[in-house]
Design a protein around this ligand. Structure first.
Ligand code: PRT
Ligand code: MG
Length: 215
């Protein structure tokens, strides 16, 4: 039985290597230097497919991959159809925040009932956050570099991920609200969990033992 695991390059791939190693899986190549999108492993029955972070749930939903690792941010925006979230891997951790230019009085704007323009790659998360607060917003969907939007007048605020805070600082932005704690999750195709249970279960066990060690 063959297993296909969907991963994105960069931080998720790096932080997944120790989890894979615990399951006895070692990638044959480094996706950062290889241009291959399908990467073999030391195990004949396991291969990795390298996709955009936000595409991981889609590959798993349709069964093109049996397993995948994706951020909670990506999973909320995707909606989760066709997949089970099996495990919080506690990797690629960061926070979903509202940020504004330094000097912008966010609390005063909210109190006044101003209609805010908010740029984000995460329209669902942003919309729900402001709806809960009863703040009227126009969401402007972007695909990256949200930090630029308020600097050039595209928006008043952004909803984005923050880890060190260095990017906000470099662009003279400041976070004003915490929305969610984010980490990456192991997701499994619903049909594959039944049909390939014997192959998937040992991977789940190995991953969860690494996660427990880190707690
Ligand atoms: O890059 P691409 O458009 O292909 O996709 P992506 O940006 O979604 O992928 P990637 O690999 O950058 O992120 C994958 C996952 O890592 C995300 O879905 C998150 O769950 C998680 N993660 C953890 C982060 C960060 N930390 C993070 N800091 N994703 C993005 N960032 C960005 C953030 O958007 C901001 O631009 O890093 C910048 C802020 O970082 P600091 O350290 O300056 O605060
Ligand atoms: Mg990125």
């Amino acid at each position: 039985m063959k297993l296909t695991i969907a991963l994105s390059k960069g931080r998720i791939f790096e932080e997944t290597l120790p989890l894979l190693a615990a399951a006895g899986i070692v990638p044959a190549e480094d996706p950062e230097s290889s241009r291959k999108l399908i990467i073999g492993t030391n195990r004949d029955d396991v291969r990795l497919v390298i996709v955009r972070a936000s595409d991981v749930p889609t590959y798993v939903q349709y069964g093109a991959a049996d397993l995948g690792i994706a951020g909670r941010d990506v999973l909320i925006e995707h909606g989760g159809d066709g997949l089970y979230q099996m495990l919080d891997l506690n990797i690629a951790r960061c926070k979903m925040m509202v940020a504004v230019p330094e000097g912008f009085d966010y609390d005063a704007a909210v109190k006044k009932g101003a209609r805010l323009k908010v740029a984000s790659k995460y329209p669902l998360i942003a919309r729900e956050h402001f709806a809960k607060k009863g703040v009227h917003v126009d969401i402007i969907k972007l695909y990256g570099s949200m930090e630029l939007a308020p600097l050039v007048g595209l928006s008043d605020a952004i909803v984005d991920l923050v880890s060190t805070g260095g990017t906000l600082k470099a662009n003279r932005l400041t976070s004003v609200e915490h929305i969610l704690d984010i980490s990456s999750r192991l997701v499994v195709n619903q049909a594959a969990l039944k049909l390939k249970y014997g192959a998937i279960q040992p991977v789940l066990d190995a991953f969860s033992s690494v996660v427990r060690q880190g707690e």
